[in-house]
Every structure is written in C-alpha cells, then in structure tokens.
Design a protein around this ligand. Sequence first.
Ligand code: G3I
Length: 399
Amino acid sequence: MKLRRWTAVAAVALATVTALNTLPATAGRPYDPTAQSLGTLGLRHGLHVGTAVDMAALNDPADPRYRELAASEFASVTAENVMKWESLEPTRGSYDWAAADELVAFAKRNRQSVRGHVLVWHNQLPGWLTSGVEDGSISTQELRELLRNHITTVVSRYRGKIWQWDVVNEAVSDPWDTPSTLHYKGFWAEHLGPGYIADAFRWARAADPRALLFYNDYNIEAFGSGDPADDKTQFVYDMAKRLRAEGVPIDGVGSQGHLGTQYGNYDTLQVAAALKRFAALGLATAFTEVDVRSRLTDGVQAGDSEEINPRLQASAANFSVLMKACLAVRSCLSYTVWGFTDRHSWVPGWFDDPPEGLATLYDEDYQPKRAFYEIKSDLIFAGPPYVLPRAIHKPRRAG
Ligand code: G3I
C-alpha cells in the first residue's frame, strides 16, 4: 500500500518535471529565452511587465523605435500623463478623450493590459478646478460632487478595458514635509478630509465592478521603523488595513519604485517581506513606476567609464531587487517601468540641481542597458524549466 502510494507520488513528480522541461520550440529551432521580450517572459509567470507611455514620443514619426519597443517589449501599458485630470478635462465640462482612447486602442492592438493612471491626485489638476476652490467659487460640497462625477465618468468610459486603476495616488506625506509626522497631505485631504479616499474607491467600484482598484505611492518598497509617525510603508499598511476592515473595495497597493543609486535602497528579502505583509491583508501588489536614477556627475557627463559603470551596475541591481521580490510573491501582479528609455524619461527634467538621469532600461539610442539584461535574466531563471532542483553528485570511487 505504502509502496504503491510512493510510486504514484514519484510518477506525478516525474511527469511534472518532464512537463516543465518541455520547452516551446519553433519549427526545428531550439527555444531561446533570451530572444523573448520582457513581456513574454513575464507572462510565463503570469506577471505583466509593462511601461508608462509618453504619447508625444509614441506619435513622433522621427522616433519610430519608441513605438516599436512600446508595442513589442511589454505586456502592459500605463498612460504617463494623458489620463490625468488636467489632460482629460482641461475645460470644465468638456472632456478630451483623444489621447487616452488612443493608448487604450494601442494596447488592444498589441494585446497589452492597461493600468489606468490616475483618478485622484493632487498634481496635474485642471486650473479651473484649483483656482475655483481657491477663489471660493467652488464650494466643498461641489468639489466632492465634481470628484465623484470625474471618477464615475472616467471609469465608466473605460469600463472593462482597464485591468488596474490607480484610484488614489500619493495621499501620504513624507518625513521631510511639515509637520514631519506622517499625515494625509495635499489638495484633496485639505479640502475634503481623508474620507475622500474611501469615497473614491467606492465610486470607482460602482463604475466598474471588475477593474482592480489600487492605492499607489512612492517610498513604500520596504518597512522601516514600524512607527506610522515616520514609516511611510507602515502608515500606508495601516490605512489599507483600515479600509479593508471598513469594507472599502480596495484590491491592491502599488509601490511606485522610484529609486536612486545614491541612496541605500533595499535588498530583495526586505522588499519581498513588505509585499508579503500587504498580501496577508488580502491585497494584490504591483510595482507601478520603476526607475533607478543616478547623479550625472561631471565625470559621468564627460563619459568617464569609471564613474558610469558603477552607476549602471547599481541601477541594474536595484531594478533586479524589485523584480526578484515581485517574482517571489504570488500576489505581485505587475512590474511597470516609468518610461523605458533615457531618451524619454521624466527624471532629467525633474531632478536638475544636481542633475540626475540614466534611470531607465535603455539608453538614449535605444541600446538595452545592464538593467534590462538583469531583469530579463530574473524572469528567465525564476524557477523551472531553467532552474531545477540541484543535480545529485555522488563521490566517485577510485577506478
Ligand atoms: O503638456 C505640457 C506641454 O504643453 C508643455 O509644452 C511642456 C513644457 O514644459 O510641459 C508639458 O507638461 C509637462 C507634462 O509632464 C507632460 O509632458 C509638465 O511640465 C511636467 O511637469 C509633467 O511631468 C510629469 C509629472 O508626473 C508631473 O507631476 C511627468 O511627465 C510624469 O512622468 C510624472 O509622473 C508621476 C506620476 O504620475 C506619479 N508618480 C510620480 C511620477 C513622477 O513624478
């Protein structure tokens, strides 16, 4: 009886290993994982590897490589700017859907999922909204109604077409803000109080019953002191836990992943531990805006390889830490980079004193950098069929 059971277990194990070792091959050519896109390699694990898309670059006829790579290398896309409120409703009451629709159609043509970014944020709001609140012509009650209408209108338009929505973005302060004790910050908290967060999730859910609804923020890749007064990850964790307990329809927490090689950053175990804690709340997770910038020192700008190489390697290591942690935790559903080429990255425009850059997977000439190959190898070597149980080596007898 026992023997029969063990024979059955062994047969199943053998069949599993054999199946995992069977590699897809095309017409006589051996399957070469290094020739696959990041998107394809990610989907082997059910993980969507995506990018933010700059619509101006996508439509620049002088820059065709951008469109080619956006279409071929990634399994998911996010609008870098064109789904933000100022882009969608530049004039009160009149929506301009052209660019956002175009991205959704692009994704459909290329069989890509779409992360919707962003419904509620304190930046890139239309001028009519912020000035109306400032001069008192928009009351608090009206502002709440405007927000509800905005969420309902946008989510309804793309109902069934958006996989994950960033419903609320960057609602929590940083330790360098005043006061330094972490708190709900920005336009919406100031005018509506923190209750807008739960409202936003409920309104989004009412407009699309199937989209995954995310809270999205930066500097929450790992836990720190565990004190919500100065540990942003803990603050966001406590918030998410409370929202879940109140029955608010939040499905996930997005960790942006904007890192810099000049900082200490994290190791894979720390990041995986954070993802696991969010998973234990019943939440999905995602890396939503990954890039790893570096200081553009005089040496870097002069092309000194002794200054450039360590930065490219540190950048690759940080991209890889987030990828490995994501692969290690099943509820981490997607890994999105915030732009894929240094030719089109928000970093140099944002951090110019001192100048920073080199933050993405491809250089300005669309040559893949070490970071690209590093996350590609993470995707290839994550488990079978390329990583198998260790081979058994018995000590040899003398011949
Ligand atoms: O659209 C105008 C254009 O008409 C004008 O000619 C040009 C001149 O500067 O500016 C254009 O607007 C810029 C816009 O990007 C579109 O390119 C803004 O100046 C610029 O500030 C804006 O920056 C965006 C930034 O969000 C604004 O907050 C970045 O591209 C975008 O990458 C960045 O994305 C955010 C995420 O949404 C949330 N997390 C952080 C992340 C990085 O800051």
